[in-house]
Write a protein that binds this ligand. Structure first.
Ligand code: GLN
Length: 199
């Protein structure tokens, strides 16, 4: 059984813990560098990325997180967690730090006021044909990605190709939406498989 941590500084931690346990993983709420050392993989939940980032610095977790990412720990970030995994952020505060690791630029609150939250079907690469019922809450989108990043899903958007909402770079995965809220476990299952070493 893999041990998967959920970064518990802020955000919807309990929902991720629940899904991961349903899938047979052992879970740990990560609030310290010690706890971080004990996990095989990590989920960074949704919430508020500026707050989460400040708390990560205050709890002395920012550098340990960067180190573990650099050493290949698999991480899955949803929404604010996606922002935390981005190398570059648009629409953030000037001093907004991220863990980084995915060579992408994300735009915070990208879908605008009219569509603060919405639900739509998204085809996600690697989880089968059925569209994923994706819940977006003040969600970011991925504005651009580097050559190492695999785009896993898009929604129709203001550009022709559609806006990128799911990506993967090695063991790092991120979605703009919240699979922990829908009861569809396919994306978490994919992440657990990545942690087990057979993506
Ligand atoms: N809008 C939030 C942010 O920028 C993310 C929202 C979410 O995680 N549901 O951090």
């Amino acid at each position: 059984r893999p041990t998967i941590g959920v970064l518990a500084l802020q955000g919807d931690v309990a929902e991720h813990v629940h899904v991961l346990e349903t899938l047979g993983a052992d879970t740990v709420k990560v609030l310290s560098a010690d706890r971080l050392d004990s996990v095989d993989g990590l989920v960074i939940p949704g919430g508020e990325s500026t707050t989460m980032s400040k708390l990560a610095v205050r709890y002395d977790l920012m550098e340990p997180l960067r180190k573990r990412v650099a050493n290949g720990m698999p991480v899955y970030g949803t929404c604010a967690g996606m922002i935390m995994l981005a190398d570059r952020v648009l629409g953030g505060t000037a001093d907004q730090e991220t863990v980084g690791g995915i060579d992408m630029t994300v735009r915070r609150n990208a879908f605008g006021r009219q569509t603060e939250s919405f639900e739509t079907g998204v085809h996600v690469d690697g989880i089968g044909e059925d569209p994923f019922d994706a819940v977006f809450i003040r969600a970011p989108w991925v504005e651009s990605v580097g050559p190492q990043v695999r785009v896993l899903g898009r929604v129709p958007g203001t550009d022709e190709a559609g806006r990128i909402v799911a990506v993967r770079q090695g063991g790092l995965m991120a979605t703009s939406f919240h699979p922990e809220l829908t009861g569809d476990t396919r994306i978490h299952r994919l992440f657990v498989d990545i942690v087990k070493g057979h993506p």
